[in-house]
Design a protein around this ligand. Structure first.
Ligand code: HEC
Ligand code: HEC
Length: 189
């Protein structure tokens, strides 16, 4: 009598083979298509003007993809990056992100790291990691320029950059001089 109640589970085959597909040429972006990036982000990972162009070599892959996605969709706006990102499909932007994430972060030029951590920086480690080298989804901050870091932090505080829910509140909780001190510290790491 109960045989009709037995659930039919045999059709529920989980296909997970896709995860095991090895990397091949089709997963990689043609280097010629990303050559344009080096005009600003640098031939060797050192931006041609670090004050305005962030380091992308060796940055977290998930973060790079999210930012490229956001420039593409309009969630993050920049007159230079938005049209560049819109020139790629989302699928290709994933490959672009992986391409730059696999490279090495350029060596630091800081004379010496500041001795004491500034006020208000402890909370940042929760997401940006204790060494500030980032981890999904938070980007690496260590070694970005003072000018870029400060502009990014102020951009969140001033609602210019709205593509994240936590960062605006966190940045508004800091005074402008705390933001400057934190940017100085992180740029010297
Ligand atoms: C003409 C200069 C220029 C070129 C060329 C350029 N970028 Fe950018 N890029 C910038 C600037 C300026 C910013 C910072 C924009 C902002 O504040 O939103 C930026 C930001 C980024 C970011 C966000 C990084 C972060 O830390 O938030 C990524 C990712 C990025 N660019 C990737 C690329 C890639 C990939 C290419 C090539 C396909 C490229 N860029 C070409 C100037 C450039
Ligand atoms: C709750 C997790 C979290 C905490 C805490 C946090 N951040 Fe972030 N932060 C993020 C994420 C996620 C992003 C990427 C936002 C996006 O999508 O653009 C980010 C982005 C940034 C950026 C932009 C980097 C770039 O390349 O453009 C800076 C600068 C930054 N955070 C500084 C800080 C500082 C300083 C603190 C501490 C006062 C802090 N963050 C605390 C999660 C966090």
């Amino acid at each position: 009598m109960f045989k009709n109640l037995v659930p039919t589970i045999f059709g529920a085959v989980v296909i997970c083979a896709a995860a095991a597909v090895p990397t091949n040429a089709a997963d990689e972006i043609d280097a010629a298509r990303v050559q344009v990036c080096s005009a600003c982000h640098g031939q060797n990972g050192e931006p041609t003007n670090p004050a305005t162009f962030p380091i992308i070599w060796g940055q977290q892959a998930n973060y790079l993809y999210k930012e490229l996605h956001d420039y593409h969709s309009g969630d993050r706006n920049n007159p230079i990056m938005s049209p560049i990102a819109k020139g790629f499909s989302l699928e290709d932007l994933r490959k672009v992100a992986n391409y730059f994430a696999a490279k090495s972060w350029p060596p630091s030029h800081a004379a010496a790291a500041p001795t004491s951590a500034p006020d208000g920086i402890a909370v940042c480690k929760t997401c940006h990691q204790p060494n500030f080298e980032g981890g999904a989804p938070a980007p690496r901050l260590a070694g970005l320029s003072y000018e870029y870091l400060l502009a990014a932090m102020n951009g969140f505080a001033d609602d210019q950059r709205t593509n994240n829910l936590d960062m605006p509140t966190l940045m508004r909780a800091l005074t402008p001089s705390q933001r400057e001190a934190i940017a100085h510290y992180l740029s010297a790491l």
